[in-house]
Design a protein around this ligand. Structure first.
Ligand code: SAM
Ligand code: SF4
Length: 333
């Protein structure tokens, strides 16, 4: 144990980034993620405890993981999340701890999370139009999300980033207002191309609002954007800066410009399955190991095996593509 080279896959990619889903539950119902009704959730007893997550993360850090992002489902619906954040923030060698949230509960929870050691936060906001927010999320929580963003700014979270899923024939009118909002508030907006991970099988290739088209729209209607070359080639987002110095915009172009060749991520689902890719069909159970008598060495070997089995990249752009059996909320975005 302790040899970071263990998390290098057969394509030479070093893995130092772990996404940890803490729940598959959510308080809203974004249509590109969850079904509207009768959502199938994992039974509570199948969800990893904070102690199990902490043990897994400590082990992963001993193998070279340096960055952890806590996600879900909606991570803030997991009771006392700040207690987990405190445990993770105290792990030596974990240099970067971040959270992705829909922001609905941030007004109440941003402060305890900050006190527990969280500084980096991504808040999901697709639109500044209340009606479209309702249409997309099937819940009327727009004001709460805006209040959550303001609470994080006031507390001094840094960086705060906004995630906006880009869907053709739906969110085009949001591109310019979101870009302006980001400039005004000095917050980076990241546009994420719609991926085939929705629960209802609604994804179609021509529903993806392409990153290049968004760059053009912002460049002509807000301010010219200039690509920042290779800022961090292993980060999923391609970053652009405004020509007038008014901040940056990120693009997660998973469909039009897959970044698999630089991927450094593995994922732990809320029910303790380890995945080498968002789009992977297979996953490996670690909950049984964490709850059984497995030693740290045995669990470390399984983590290394999952990384070693990683494919070259997702196949969304090929005829072979098969959507994973679990949608986004159940994997952890
Ligand atoms: N509930 C939190 C949230 O919404 O930020 C965390 C989990 S959510 C699954 C993580 C991210 O996945 C969100 O930022 C959301 O925008 C993105 N997402 C969900 N479904 C998606 C899809 N089908 N295509 C692209 N991004 C998606
Ligand atoms: Fe919930 Fe996030 Fe999925 Fe929206 S994207 S339904 S907020 S888990």
């Amino acid at each position: 144990m302790g040899n970071p080279a263990q998390l290098r896959d057969t394509f030479g990619r070093l893995h130092d980034n772990l996404r940890v889903s803490v729940t598959d539950r959510c308080n809203i119902r974004c249509y590109y993620c969850m079904p509207e009704h009768e959502v199938q959730f994992v039974p509570r007893e199948e969800i990893l405890t904070f102690e199990e997550i902490e043990r897994f993360v400590r082990l992963a850090v001993s193998l070279g993981i340096r960055k952890v992002r806590v996600t879900g489902g909606e991570p803030l619906v997991r009771r006392n999340l700040h207690l987990l954040i405190r445990k993770l923030a105290a792990i030596p060698g974990l240099t970067d701890l971040a959270l992705t949230t829909n922001g609905v509960l941030l007004r109440e929870q941003a402060e305890p999370l900050y006190e527990a050691g969280l500084r980096r936060i991504n808040i999901h906001l697709d639109t500044l139009d209340r009606n479209r927010f309702l249409r997309i999320t099937r819940r009327d929580d727009f004001d709460r999300v805006l209040e959550g963003i303001e609470t994080c700014r006031r507390l001094g979270y840094d960086p705060i980033k906004l995630n906006a899923v880009a869907v053709k024939d739906l969110t085009e009118p949001d591109v310019v207002p979101l870009a302006r909002f980001g400039r005004e508030k000095n917050i980076e907006i990241r546009f994420i191309e719609f991926m085939p991970l929705d629960a209802q099988g609604l994804w179609l290739r021509d529903k993806v609002l392409l990153a290049d088209d968004i760059v053009q729209t912002i460049s002509s209607e807000v301010c010219p954007l200039i690509e920042i070359p290779d800022r961090d080639p292993r980060a999923p987002a391609t970053e652009y800066r405004y020509a007038d110095g008014g901040g940056t915009v990120g693009f997660i172009a998973s469909i039009s410009k897959p970044f698999c060749l630089n991927c450094n991520r593995i994922r732990l689902t809320a029910d303790g399955k380890l995945r080498y890719c968002l789009f992977a069909i297979e996953e490996t159970d670690v909950k049984g190991l964490l709850r059984g008598a497995a030693t740290e060495e045995e669990i470390a070997r399984i983590i290394a095996e999952v990384v070693a089995a990683k494919w070259e990249g997702h196949e969304v752009n090929t005829a072979r593509f098969v959507a994973p059996p679990r949608p986004m909320y159940a994997i952890g975005g």
